[in-house]
Design a protein around this ligand. Sequence first.
Ligand SMILES: [Zn+2]
Length: 372
Amino acid sequence: MLTDIEDIDIKKLSKIYDSGNRDSFISLYLDFDNLDDKFIEQRRNACKSVLKSDRDLLSNFEKTMQQVDRYAETQNREKGQRALIIFASHLNNFFSVYKISVPADNLLIIDTSPYIRPIARLRDEYETSGLILLDNHRAKLYIVSSGRANYVKKTAMDIMNKHKKGGWSQARFQRSRKGAIKSFFKEVSEHAKELFGDDVVKIVIAGPGNAKLAFRNFLPPEIGEKVIDLIDMDFDEAEGKLVSEAVNIVSEDERKTSEENVRILKGEILKGSLAVYGLKETVRAVRNGQVELLLVSKGYRVKGWICEKCQAVEQGVEDRCPYCGSEVSEADIVEEIVEFAERTNTEIEFVEDSPILNELGGVGGLLKFIVD
Ligand SMILES: [Zn+2]
């Protein structure tokens, strides 16, 4: 079965780590449409040669990969599946698989914990959105997530036939028809309110002619403010085309939102108020639960270390934790910040490589409050 990106329990994954600080977790992301046959083999050999000096870790790696192989042998690519994600650790008796319908970069990473950054990023890119297709007497409502549409409601009103009989005058018929359209729009807006809950942050309205403009006025304000675009579309247009247009509009809007948020961050920094930037400050603020929105530059990685025992994370190289003396392990600080953010329910915005954000250290955050 395919898993919606939204349904992956990323918070739970962000809390899983090897208590002995060992690099025992394998995170595997495979994009079936862009998979080089040699990818796994090459990564496997590279990891093995690095782990050679540690017999336990090497044996864990081999056993974990055997588990992955055994799983792969029994599975076929599912209809609509684009990528496969596996988190596994033989030492921790952990094995978790997700089949998803959106592309992911191929990765095989060994770390002290599941590598969740790509999931957080996909989640930001493929926001759940609502799609309303309507004309004057028919409507279809969809929820679009992981790039796929789920049909949630179809509703129609047979306006013409309802008033056929009775020998009404043309004027009376027109008045009645207008009234019927109004009540139809009202009904559709009730459905939208009911179906598009908190998960749906963006809505696209599609359909022929002026119906969508007129309909928009019937939406309650809390739904109306989520509408990002109206598109001209024949009511009977193929669903695939409709959905892909809506997905493109939503992702374009998401890109603009990211840019806007970087501008807001910059403004807050200039004012010296509710913002943090740079690795050290951002790590601290995220862990304090101070961050309203975490901004992360998409491709940014920073070499550092993490102590899983006291959860210290810093840039640079250390063998032992300067705070508790435990052995530390190498880490990508940005991944660690993302994990802290998931644990503290902080919203994350991944930003296309932004010179402003990169200059600020690749990460930054808009704050809810300031701690002295
Ligand atoms: Zn420590």
